[in-house]
Design a protein around this ligand. Structure first.
Ligand code: SF4
Length: 284
């Protein structure tokens, strides 16, 4: 992989010193943080939820039917924990349009009570790259699109450095589809709960089946752990190529974390280079 002037400018825009990234992926043997810091769009108070690994259990448990995307007209006394079932388990048969509708009407977990709207995903429907984030933040919840605001700008810069964009048309090889593991914003941007991740997993799974990406880039701890069905810390998951149904998965930091910890951008760039070189090595 070689870099043109525009890509060099992009690297500078990421805040990288140009001698740090190398087009040849050079795995970093050990100096990873013991536990990856939060990669949620905003600071995450409190420790990890206990039993987080349970969220990675098979997510296709049977559920009921969808309900229309209406919000209660009567003011709830308290946030209910038992809600009308959703169509997540039925997602495996849906096309893009029906899947989007099912997500919009989903009430499978309590996040439906506090969301402004669901955040389905955006990008080219045949993109070779799939970028998976964690959960919508406040701005995403407001706009209904993943990775907006400052973290979205940084992600776009990272993608542009690789010659990629989230445009919905154009060459699929130069396009990325962007989605989150959770389609609804956790209140106050708290960490996702295991049950929420499990309830929502079939939607992302169906997005992957429909998109058939050539490579997946998991950004942030919860995205990586949910996709790879592990509770290993992000620092252990970076720097290697994982497989999900034979498809390569590379793990890196969430852009919001990179905004808080710009010193880690070089590692993120190494991850992007690993993903790019992995994709280049795949057979046509
Ligand atoms: S987070 Fe997922 S499972 Fe929960 S209500 Fe939203 S779409 Fe449904």
């Amino acid at each position: 992989m070689s870099w043109n002037d525009r890509q060099v400018q992009m690297l500078r825009a990421m805040g990288l010193r140009l001698w740090l990234p190398s087009p040849e992926p050079s795995p970093e043997p050990s100096p990873e943080p013991a536990l990856a810091p939060s990669s949620h769009p905003e600071p995450e108070p409190g420790p990890d939820a206990p039993g987080r690994g349970e969220a990675l259990a098979p997510a296709l448990a049977a559920r009921g039917r969808p309900v229309p995307p209406t919000r209660p007209t009567t003011a709830p006394v308290a946030a209910p924990t038992v809600l009308q079932p959703a169509a997540a388990a039925d997602a495996g048969a849906l096309d893009w349009t029906a899947l989007r509708q099912a997500v919009a009407g989903c009430r499978a977990c309590g996040l439906c009570e506090s969301r402004t709207q669901t955040v389905f995903g955006t990008g080219h429907l045949q993109a070779h790259w799939l970028i998976v984030g964690e959960a919508p933040g406040a701005e995403e919840d407001k706009r209904g699109e993943p990775f907006v605001g400052a973290s979205g700008q940084l992600l776009d810069t990272m993608l542009q450095t690789l010659g990629l964009s989230r445009d919905a048309d154009g060459d699929p090889a130069k396009r990325a589809y962007i989605a989150n593991t959770l389609k609804c914003r956790p209140p106050s941007n708290r960490n996702p709960l295991p049950a929420e991740l499990q309830q929502c997993a079939p939607f992302l799974q169906r997005q992957i089946e429909l998109l058939q990406p050539r490579i997946i880039l998991a950004m942030g701890r919860y995205a990586a752990q949910a996709l790879l069905r592990t509770d290993a810390p992000l620092g252990q998951l970076r720097g290697q190529v994982h497989r999900m149904g034979g498809r390569p998965v590379v793990v890196t930091y969430h852009p919001s974390y990179l905004l808080r910890s710009p010193g880690e951008k070089a590692k993120a760039w190494a991850d992007l280079c690993l993903a790019a070189s992995t994709l280049e090595a795949l057979p046509p």
